[in-house]
Design a protein around this ligand. Structure first.
Ligand code: HEM
Length: 444
């Protein structure tokens, strides 16, 4: 038993990575007061839990229950409702489908990034996480809502999701606390979810009353049926939309926020990234046809995802008594899968705490254990947004770096905060300057 509470309270992801490393990847039982989950970090064991025996490790229990208030019963749950949602949503996120919207995504990215010209002119710094979330949300809103969500409502719900992510932390810290007992920020959580519902439900109802043949997710959900051939209810559509929204904007936004910090600390990587973008994209903006040639950009993003996998903790409840790595685990127990810990495990990664995009040079992947690197999860719950990430993230990074030079005035070090996804603890400020002299002239 590993008495982990004080270390976990200081910094949970770092603490879990430390425990996994010390145990050499063995299954460890954590003593968190009355709550004693298991940490599973060895890639073989991760594969067992997430893929081979996944039905015995379900997304329910004290860690998932707080999320139900936001997600309802849909793609972020388990069981029948998850399976229905997965079947309906999966075709909307295939590589082929994402390719059909890539052109519009790139236009949206370019248009939104040009709005930084004001910052470039004044030299005013701005909050990286908020700005990355705004850009990513603008993309996701197109995918989910088409033109059915206006920009103001779209931007209004960003702080509501932010409040949810920060408020849930208290429930995660006190998973054993009954729901009849209020914990800090419960009321803020309720209000934020209400705000989200006030925006989303009217759009869902309008889309249901006036169906069209658009290819955005909400229109496709309105045309979908469940296993019995019945149309989806407004609640089912709302739950699917809100779940995908929550899973998509914050994650990618945080990965790109971490990227600016890593580039600041690794000027040689930054120089090579910039050189590739200059060569492939020129003075921009980045377009879908540039993506196949942005190979180093992709390597840098993959390494950023190794060091800072936004979905850093994937808890599961054990349905029947089980055995993992020789350790017996009783039904009802909680198992923690932590990509952050596994992706920094000695024995699977050399110099695991060092940022080195070369690990993702094309041939390298063949030598890796499939479950030593799983920023998008694995098995039947594998992330639906992975293909979208591979399109939107390089487009955002390359469009920004083809137009501006980015600097981070916030001094390091940059510890991680406590939230449902991996975020920097302090507010990170960015500054931009125009990349080309011509453009400075044009901007005047
Ligand atoms: C950097 C970006 C992202 C990361 C690191 C990430 C990570 C993850 C992880 C680890 C899971 C597995 C959860 C589990 O096993 O419990 C997951 C699931 C999911 N992700 Fe992502 N994600 C990202 C972006 C996106 C985007 C852009 C979308 C949608 C457009 C998305 C939609 C989903 C959905 C719907 C699921 C649930 C799938 C299921 O359980 O069937 N994600 N994601």
């Amino acid at each position: 038993m590993y008495r982990a509470l004080p270390a976990l309270l200081r910094g949970p992801a770092v603490a879990l990575a430390g425990i996994a490393r010390e145990s050499g990847g063995e299954v460890v039982r954590l003593g968190l007061g009355p709550f004693r989950p298991y940490l599973v970090s060895h890639p073989d064991h991760v594969q067992q839990v997430m893929r081979l025996e996944w039905t015995n490790y379900q997304r329910m229990g004290m860690f998932w229950r707080p999320l139900e208030r936001l997600f309802g019963h849909s793609i972020m749950g388990d069981g029948e409702q998850w399976s229905i949602s997965r079947k309906i949503l999966q075709p909307m996120f295939t590589t082929r489908y994402i390719a059909t919207i890539a052109e519009e995504v790139s236009r949206r990215v370019a248009g939104r990034i040009e709005e930084w010209d004001g910052h470039a002119r004044t030299g005013q710094s701005f909050d990286a996480a908020t700005e990355m979330s705004t850009i990513l949300t603008y993309i996701v809103n197109r995918v989910l809502f088409g033109d059915k969500l206006d920009r103001k409502d779209g931007e209004d719900i960003i702080p509501a999701f932010d409040t949810v992510a920060n408020s849930l932390v208290y429930r995660f810290l006190m998973p054993f606390m009954p729901y009849t007992v209020r914990v800090p920020r419960d009321r803020a959580l309720e209000k934020a979810v209400q705000r989200i519902d006030d925006v989303v439900y009217p759009i869902v109802r309008r889309a249901m009353d006036h169906p069209d043949d658009s290819t955005d997710v909400i229109s496709m959900l309105c045309r979908s049926t469940d296993d019995n051939g019945d149309p989806l209810t407004a609640k089912q559509i709302r739950d699917a939309l809100v779940s995908v929204y929550a899973a998509s904007s914050e994650t990618t936004a945080m990965v790109i926020t971490w990227l600016w910090l890593l580039l600041k600390e690794h000027p040689q990587v930054e120089a090579r990234l910039q050189a590739e973008i200059d060569e492939v994209v020129g003075d921009g903006p980045a377009r879908p046809e540039h993506l196949p040639r942005l190979a180093y950009t992709r390597m840098v993003l993959l390494e950023t995802l190794r060091m800072y996998p936004a979905g850093w903790l994937l808890p599961r409840q054990v349905m029947e008594d089980a055995e993992v790595g020789g350790v017996r685990i009783r039904r009802g127990s909680t198992v923690f899968i932590c990509p952050y810990a596994t992706q920094r495990l000695d024995g699977f990664w050399e110099r695991p705490d060092e940022f080195d995009p070369e690990r993702f040079a094309p041939a390298e992947g063949e030598r890796r254990h499939r479950y030593s690197y799983f920023p998008f999860g694995g098995g039947p719950h594998k992330c639906l947004g992975e293909h979208l990430f591979y399109v939107e993230a390089p487009l955002v990074v390359a469009s920004i770096l083809s137009r501006y030079r980015v600097s981070v005035p916030t001094p390091g070090p940059y510890p991680m905060g406590w939230a449902a996804s991996l975020r920097p603890k302090q507010k990170i400020m960015l500054k931009v300057a125009f990349a080309g002299r011509d453009r400075v002239g044009a901007a005047r």
